[in-house]
Design a protein around this ligand. Sequence first.
Ligand SMILES: Cc1cc2nc3c(=O)[nH]c(=O)nc-3n(C[C@H](O)[C@H](O)[C@H](O)COP(=O)(O)O)c2cc1C
Length: 335
Amino acid sequence: MSTIAHAIRVRGLEICPPLLQAPMAGLTHSALRQIVSGFGGAGLLSTEMLLASRLPTENPGISPYLVRTAREKPLSYQLLISGDMDVGPAVDKLHDLGADAIDLNMGCPDWSVGRSGAGFALMENPESARRLVMGARRRTDLPLTAKIRLGVGLDEPRLKDFCAMLEGEGIDMVSVHARLKKEPFARRPRWEWVARIKEWLRIPVIANGGIFTVEDAGDCLSVSGADGLMLGRGAVARPWLFADIAREVYGCDIAAPRVSLPLLYGTFTDLIKELFPPERRLGRLKEFTHHFARNYQFGHQLSSRIQGSRTMTQAEERSADFFKNNPECPGEKNT
Ligand SMILES: Cc1cc2nc3c(=O)[nH]c(=O)nc-3n(C[C@H](O)[C@H](O)[C@H](O)COP(=O)(O)O)c2cc1C
């Protein structure tokens, strides 16, 4: 199977293989992106969602949201945006930062986000979404993408109109978190609805939600017929999942990684200490550990001990202790 045949091209950006990192607040920062890049297989990396109103004044040298290294490429920046006035300055800043693509968050269902008119609220206010897309499209020639959910309820005409509006206003690619607004992450994603969206649009459609293994990736592709896949939590727990799917589903020439979980955790810890100011480190470690711990049968022990840590030093001692005392979990494993 040729990898090239599966590549997505949007406005000069080649996403190859068509495997995208899902934007995740508190998780998709430089430390995780560097680890994912090291394993390979991700065609497009992502930032956390970035508040458009604050972005223009953020210092990229020290902001935990913006700090990055040259190896994290290509990189999409996701905007959390609601006001038309914010579009110009935010997009200009992303040009300055060397963004490879700009994503508009239209799926975040949190109440605190919605009350400002951002995230999923844009799907509930299509005219507001239209104005934002128009404004951004006028301001940039970069790939402009949108990340959506399926809606409040299963309302096919409404969803179809919304997707058509996005395409009509110049969105280059849509990622679909295949759940309704209030559906929990534990619910089976509705990949079959991605297939419907794919039928309606000419632009690439990316399926997101519930891909934790190579088998999930194959199943999602066969149900959805999507042009590519977006991986969230699964590739936080196993940052080499992109590489595995790239190799086994898309036929890419990427070696099977040899993974040492304690070493990977240590590398992550070192990176957050190197990249983030002291007050940001422990929170980021807790977020990551919550997902990473799923690699262990008794991972809740690691997770709860790190969640209960008050300092980085304490967290590091506790994680070292956990890795030492878990002989039943292989320190090194081939995936
Ligand atoms: C901790 C966390 C933070 C998230 N932050 C964002 C975000 O900043 N922007 C966004 O569009 N979606 C966000 N999401 C949703 C993910 O991008 C993704 O749509 C969701 O996790 C489903 O994919 P998965 O099953 O592969 O994890 C977040 C999800 C989680 C678990």
